[in-house]
Design a protein around this ligand. Structure first.
Ligand SMILES: [Zn+2]
Length: 58
């Protein structure tokens, strides 16, 4: 999973990362530096990697 948190007060984002702990730590540091910024949106994506196959896929 790829995670990103966006502060709803100033719209600064953590950047997309595979490690949720790093994203969460960014949010804690952001709130520590900006005590009125308390809410975030989480965006999560599950990346796919496809491998081309020969012939009919159905
Ligand atoms: Zn903020």
């Amino acid at each position: 999973m790829i995670h990103e948190l966006v502060c709803t007060t100033c719209e600064v984002a953590s950047g997309a990362q595979g490690d949720f702990d790093a994203v969460r730590d960014w949010a804690f540091a952001h709130t520590d530096a900006n005590p009125t910024h308390l809410r975030y949106f989480e965006m999560a994506a599950r990346p796919w990697r496809l491998v081309p196959a020969d012939g009919d896929r159905r």
